[in-house]
Design a binder for this molecule. Structure first.
Ligand SMILES: Nc1ncnc2c1ncn2[C@@H]1O[C@H](COP(=O)(O)OP(=O)(O)OP(=O)(O)O)[C@@H](O)[C@H]1O
Ligand SMILES: [Mg+2]
Length: 384
């Protein structure tokens, strides 16, 4: 029977999907803070570079809040390229997460949506869930009026029943891509909803900053800002040990230290490297420090196509800057850095960096830049 048991054991590390339940670790302080903010109706901006765990953190906080009876609707603006699609996604989540829990009868829960300026088409999917879609005519005013009504709904529905509600908007930096007038429209509604917590998640620092920190923008200083960093290695380590142990394998303290030294506690990178380290470890055995570099090679092999595409999309100047930053984080504008890595005029470097930042491959703060795409620096160093 033993071979059967062994076959059933699956890799306990996950990268890419949301980290929920036992895949989620640490972030205690951040999660507690977020739950309080949601409960208090405090608006929050959660900023972090890609794949640092924003969505996972907010999902976990939303689960805790939901267990407290708070109704949390969520939209991902990455999946709503137009106002029509945004209206559909909003209607769906407000119906599922707010209206339905408040009404026992689905028809009653649907009533507020029937009163919208433009009526949605509602289809019931095979799994019993409801999907909304909108067909707007030519007039932009119809869409705007409908969106405005939808943004008001969470507060009205929850308020009428003495319940609290929150609206989470993931990938919020996309708001300016959907429509330049959208921030104004949202803000005009949201500022009249002090009891509703609006949670804005985003990865593109400049865009998020321009939305929330520019005094000419409608969202100026409207929310509390939280910047998410990597997970403290000391907090991450016990999680890695536990995950190995739970599958009948183990990992040495030195291997854990070597992994976290590589990833600096970047959540996605750590789970990815551990995924391959676990794969390399036979059932019942211990993963040792000597297996960390081979596991890193596995990561680089599996990411090769992705990095190659990313690389092909870079101009010569961008490639030079990336190669330099793969050697060391630094100040690419400084004469010294440019001379050492043969980078050419500062204006070229600046243009290259602007594009790399927009593509979320590098991040910079006060002139100091580093590669944020996990393992790209390792891959670039390996190519030399
Ligand atoms: N608290 C955590 N504990 C363990 N692993 C985590 C945690 N948070 C995130 N991760 C890991 O990081 C990966 C990315 O997490 P998540 O999608 O939440 O990040 P994100 O910041 O929303 O990324 P994106 O910018 O791409 O939307 C997860 O798939 C998981 O492997
Ligand atoms: Mg996310």
């Amino acid at each position: 029977m033993q071979w059967r048991m062994k076959d059933l054991v699956t890799n306990p590390f996950r990268f890419g999907a949301l980290a929920l339940d036992e895949s989620f670790t640490d972030r205690e302080g951040e999660r507690k803070g977020l739950v309080s903010d949601i409960r208090n109706g405090q608006d929050v901006v959660l900023y972090a570079p890609r794949r640092l765990g924003k969505s996972s953190l907010v999902w976990n906080a939303a689960q805790v809040a939901a267990a407290d009876g708070i109704l949390v609707a969520q939209v991902d603006l990455m999946t709503t390229p137009t106002k029509e699609r945004l209206a559909a996604a909003l209607a769906t989540t407000i119906f599922e997460q707010i209206a339905s829990p408040l009404e026992r009868v689905k028809e009653t829960a649907l009533a507020p949506f029937r009163r919208l300026q433009v009526q949605p088409t509602v289809t019931v999917e095979d799994d019993g869930s409801y999907a909304f879609s909108f067909q707007f005519g030519r007039g932009a005013s119809d869409i705007d009026a409908t969106l405005e009504r939808l943004f008001r709904l969470p507060g009205e529905l929850a308020g009428a029943r003495g319940r609290r509600a929150a609206l989470v908007m993931d990938e919020f930096q996309q708001v300016v891509e959907i429509d330049l007038g959208l921030p104004n429209l949202m803000r005009s509604v949201f500022q009249q909803q002090p009891e509703i917590a609006h949670v804005y998640l985003g990865s593109r620092r400049h865009v998020m900053e321009s939305i929330f920190s520019d005094r000419n923008e409608p969202f100026w200083r409207s929310a509390k800002t939280i910047e998410l960093g990597p997970i403290e290695p000391a907090a991450f380590a016990p999680f890695l040990v536990r995950r190995f142990d739970a599958t009948g394998k183990s990992v040495s303290a030195r291997a854990v230290a070597a992994v976290l030294d590589r990833t600096s506690g970047h959540p996605y990178a750590t789970q990815e490297l551990c995924y391959f380290l676990w794969e390399r470890t036979p059932g019942g055995a211990e993963a040792g420090e000597d297996q960390v570099l081979p596991a890193l090679d596995d990561v680089l092999r599996s990411e090769h196509a992705h990095f190659s595409l990313l690389w092909e999309d870079c101009s010569t100047n961008q490639k030079l800057v990336l190669e330099a930053l793969a050697q060391e984080e630094g100040r690419p504008f400084s004469v010294e850095f440019r001379r050492r890595f043969g980078l050419g005029p500062a204006t070229n470097v600046q243009r290259a960096l602007r594009t790399l930042e927009r593509r979320e491959i590098v991040a910079g703060e006060r002139g100091l830049y580093r590669i944020v795409e996990p393992f790209l620096a390792d891959w670039l160093r390996g190519r030399r």
